[in-house]
Design a protein around this ligand. Structure first.
Ligand code: PLP
Length: 431
């Protein structure tokens, strides 16, 4: 960074500012985390210089002797981490992995490209119910994701009053729509998935079953939530959320699908692998194999449950009443999630607005998503999360005080009230 300061002070300044923001605030975005210095070292290394289109041992460029070893090591560690190494390589029921996807969205699209024909039918959790854009999101007016442009999508939803997945309704929709691919996994669902039930539903309509474990892959690796592997044909993941690696993606699949998946990743959708990401991912996977990572993941869940308790005790409601994983959905109605997010940001607490069951607008939803992976990495424990709940409560009260204002005035007023509150606190402390 010293060198960068000399060569490009503008960028160095922005990096330093962002790092300072990350250090000085409370990071509650459920999909974010802090990587280790070792992961960061690999990510910022000379691996970024190398082209290596193709697969290990079958590259379109020379000079890949070390890159081949690195990608093999990364694949091996990925399979070991999820206990997928007990089948022979040529056994169709064994698992393979591709670690080249640039991130979670390209990983998902590569699976669709590999296993479906254009306009085949897919069924995933609807975005307002907590699903991800790449699972086929569209509105009545617009096909929002490429998945919904190139494939026909009909979502399933959570029960609007409980916020829980409704598997009977899902089964009915699947019978009606007959998807080729059923997708489990979400960006904002705080409860366990019944993978066995979903496998049964997929089988009953002749669909393949994919699980996108992007959010929970670190928790799966540590064994603190259920594993999808005994039930799925394909499992995709990002690597930068609870897994605490660099931004990247992975696709695990039964061997019989691996050729098609490898082809879809390259040459169909991507070019040269991002070797700096693959190197950093290998480091993160080794970290995740350590007993200390298992303790970390257990703490992430304990902390999410402590935060839930803290909010419930202060009179708030949570979608589904609590959490089994790393995230919770805080019901801030009658306030808007957008406004609560804004006030909290002014106070240095980063969250994101989120739809909760029954919401009709994604821009003005009634919920805020909160996650514990990042602050758990910083060493916070249950008692600390009770304090976080208190900060959120104070933020909510501030948001209430400024709620009637226009967007522009809202921000100023929230800031002013925040300063008043700080001054009041300071005078209490000096008394
Ligand atoms: N799948 C799920 C369930 C996600 O939550 C996300 C990102 O939040 C993705 C896929 C996409 O990941 P990326 O942002 O890395 O493309």
């Amino acid at each position: 960074i010293e060198l960068l300061k000399q060569h490009d002070p503008e960028v160095a300044h922005l990096i330093a500012s962002e790092e300072q923001r990350q250090r000085s605030g409370l990071e509650l975005i459920a999909s974010e985390n802090f990587v280790s210095p070792s992961v960061q070292a690999a990510l910022g290394s000379g691996l970024t210089n190398k082209y290596s289109e193709g697969q290990v041992g079958k590259r379109y460029y020379g000079g890949n002797v070390y890159i081949d070893q690195l990608e093999s090591l990364c694949m091996q560690r990925a399979l070991e981490l999820f206990n997928l190494t007990d089948h022979e390589d040529n056994d169709d029921e064994g698992w393979g992995v591709n670690v080249q996807p640039y991130s979670g969205s390209p990983a998902n699209f590569a699976v669709y490209t590999a296993l479906l024909k254009p306009h085949d039918r897919i069924m995933g959790l609807d975005l307002p119910s907590g699903g991800h854009l790449t699972h086929g999101f569209q509105t009545t007016k617009r096909k929002v994701s490429a998945t919904s442009v190139y494939f026909e999508s009909m979502p399933y939803i959570v029960n609007p009053s409980t916020g829980l997945l409704d598997y009977d309704e899902l089964a009915k929709r699947a019978q009606m729509f007959m998807p080729k691919l059923l997708i489990a996994g979400a960006s904002a669902y705080p409860r366990e998935w019944d993978y066995a039930k979903m496998r049964g539903i997929a089988d009953s309509v002749g669909a393949l079953f994919m699980v996108d474990m992007a959010h929970i892959s670190g928790l799966v690796a540590a064994g603190v939530v259920d594993s999808p592997f005994p039930y799925a044909d394909v499992v995709t993941s990002t690597t930068h959320k609870t897994l605490r690696g660099p931004r990247s993606g992975m696709i695990f699949a039964k061997q019989k699908y691996m050729d098609a998946i490898n082809q879809a990743v390259f040459p169909m959708l991507q070019g040269g692998p991002h070797n700096h990401q693959i190197g950093a991912l290998a480091v993160a996977l080794r970290e995740a194999q350590q007993p200390s990572f298992r303790e970390y993941a257990r703490q992430v869940v304990n902390n999410a449950q402590a935060l839930s308790e803290g909010l419930l005790e202060r009179g708030y409601q949570l979608a589904t009443g609590g959490t089994d994983n790393h995230l919770l959905l805080w019901n801030v109605r009658p306030l808007s999630g957008a406004k609560v997010e804004k006030v909290l940001e002014l106070a240095g607490i980063t969250t994101n607005k989120n739809t909760i069951a029954g919401d009709t607008s994604a821009l003005n939803p009634g919920g805020v998503r909160l996650g514990t992976p990042a602050l758990t990495t910083r060493g916070l424990r249950e008692g600390d999360f009770d304090k976080v709940a208190q900060f959120l409560h104070e933020g909510y009260q501030l948001a209430q005080r400024v709620q009637g204002l226009t967007e522009e005035r809202y921000e100023k007023a929230a800031l002013k009230n925040f300063i008043e509150l700080l001054e009041a606190d300071a005078s209490i402390q000096s008394e």
